[in-house]
Design a protein around this ligand. Sequence first.
Ligand code: ATP
Ligand code: MG
Length: 290
Amino acid sequence: GYAGIDAGGTLIKIAYGRGTAAAENEQSGGVSASMPILVKFPTAEIDAAVAWVRRRVPRDTVIGFTGGQAQRLRDLLPEYMASAVGIPEFEATAEGAVRILEAEKEAGEAGTASERFVLVNVGTGTSLHMIEGAERPRLGGIGLGGGTIVGLTGLLCGMRDYGEIARLAPLGDREAVDLTVGQIYAPAVPPIAGDLTAANFARPVPPASGARPQDYAAAVIGMVAEIVVTVGVQAAGLQGTNRVVYVGSSYENNALLRELTLRFTHMLGAAAQIPKQGPYSGAIGALHLA
Ligand code: ATP
Ligand code: MG
């Protein structure tokens, strides 16, 4: 059998087996029968990932390891090393994304699947790739990503729990923190949409009641979405495609980041896709390349 493990800076993602029944999927919420078992663990709790592998994955399994923490994890799983394979992170992410899109297309979940697209992996940090058949060059990266959402919101208001940030952000008001185009032009009518951000975190006078934690969370997520989308769409334009696919755990259970990413991408004239299994692209890619 085969498994893929993507040990990232924040989360360890595991994809194990093929043709496994959907009922066995512990965390992926019921996917097609051809998908592997998908589970994740915080990298800070690497011992829990090690224990899961020892319990569920037979010793003769060929495991493809990828991600920045792959070597550390491998050192903790010596009994699997005889058949282990190291997969470069960017190859694994690209391969997994292509596989996930193909599976979604077969399941009829996604419409157009043009062959050429820009892949934006919003993990702890963000990296961009061009996907064109077997050619998958890395285009670059930016330091704004899911880690920024957790880290900057934590610095601003002490809220550091990812689940809490993602849950509260949709209730927040970005105008308590950001300066909009409408505010700069008021009372005149702005030449572009007034609710566009003119300057992130630049509201000149804070609201009398002060910005609330959910306002900071919304503003941080808004900034990350705006920059990630701007860079992704511009990269797509330079590559001669208008299709951008976003993956990475930053989209998991984060309704505001998803919504803003889709909206901004469409606003800039490109087609956006956030596949459900995007958080597992590295793990699924490592599984198939192992
Ligand atoms: P990198 O690829 O940059 O090394 P990574 O692979 O660990 O990092 P991902 O797992 O793709 O990155 O995404 C991590 C981000 O996902 C976090 O920064 C956070 O915004 C978000 N996230 C989603 N679920 C969780 C969770 N349970 N705990 C912490 N962060 C989470
Ligand atoms: Mg990653």
